[in-house]
Design a protein around this ligand. Sequence first.
Ligand code: ADP
Ligand code: ASP
Ligand code: MG
Length: 418
Amino acid sequence: MSLVVHKYGGTSMGSVERIKSVAKRVAKWHRAGYQMVVVPSAMSGETNRLLALAKEVSGSASLRELDMIASTGEQVSVGLLVIALQAEGVDAISFCGWQVPIRTDDSYTKARITSIEDQRVRDELAKGKVVVITGFQGVTDDGHITTLGRGGSDTQAVAVAAALKADECLIYTDVDAVYTTDPRVEPDARPLKTVTFEEMLEMASLGSKILQIRSVEFAGKYKVPTRVLTSFSDPMIPIAEEASSGTLISFEEDENVEQAVISGIAFNRDEAKVSVLGVPDKPGIAYAILGPVAKANIDVDMIIQNAGVGGTTDFSFTVHRNELQKTLDVLKNDVQPSIHAKEVTGDPKVAKVSVVGIGMRSHVGIAALMFETLSKEGINIQMISTSEIKISVVIDDKYMELAVRALHRAFELDKAAA
Ligand code: ADP
Ligand code: ASP
Ligand code: MG
């Protein structure tokens, strides 16, 4: 018998009406003979509301308590969904992460799943029940509740699918596919029938909110067939039609299919740029700057060091926007005095825009077209980084949407065949 995992995001669970629609869809699959595990998110806006409440009480809440609070949104969702399934005549049971248990490390607010015990879930499936497991949360070996980071229900679902060796993990959301770029920014964005695992990994890591990056990592590591599709279609459409809709993440390049050079454009405003100006241009300077930053547990993304003029140079890098102040404190207190830098500045008003595609490996001129397009729009590039299958630039954030649309046109993403 086939076992499938369904994940429903916040908008898909956003109202009583939506939850009833999810229950109808799940009931349809269950009646068709599938073993079903369902992983819902909190109702849309709920996680934000809970975290805002905590912040209202105190700006310096401990991370453990934040997880205690944020994890409750998903607990409400599983209960409501099971009640809706029971109303459909389906036998179902809900579990929190700790009841499964889904074990994680103790990095509160961004915990990593370390193991999943599947016996309890299998026992309930064997009784013919639909098992509904909270998204976004787990438990440490010491019994503390953790959450997996924003968007973490995707990861929960794919990890559960991997642990149960499910036949497929279906990620139901509020768009009907992975598009060439966010359709909310570029209305001409085109849905993709398939996207390679590597491309999806890049897109997620570069800021596409459609899937949390760790879910893609799990899908890749355990080869979980994963599909992104809409929960907003008629819940009673035939399963065969539904099961082939949306976007499948593929693990092999199909040699018979002509690969698009660029498959998508990702963007985000999550980063901030930090510059250390007027530093001596001599060996060891990158380490002198980035060593203390790494020691403070701050992740650095793009780095650029200018050619030296008159014995000094400028050094810039990006960090997550939430860590800008912490980074500036480290630089001003621990770095600037010791290397005699002239100035330390921070700029949160930047955006990162990236073009992604495995076809880049065999095509030249992608970077040139990207830079030409941005220059025609009068957009200044502040930083550049490249890998085999992506080129990213940092620009002023007020030009982000303009850049995305111009690049989408320049690479003819609205036209290419999927
Ligand atoms: P959920 O609540 O279901 O997890 P999210 O809001 O986390 O949904 O992710 C879905 C959203 O991702 C879409 O509404 C869309 O705005 C955004 N998105 C970003 N990049 C893309 C893309 N390339 N294709 C489709 N959607 C995208
Ligand atoms: N509810 C969590 C969030 O809003 C997890 C998720 O929806 O994936 O980030
Ligand atoms: Mg999401």
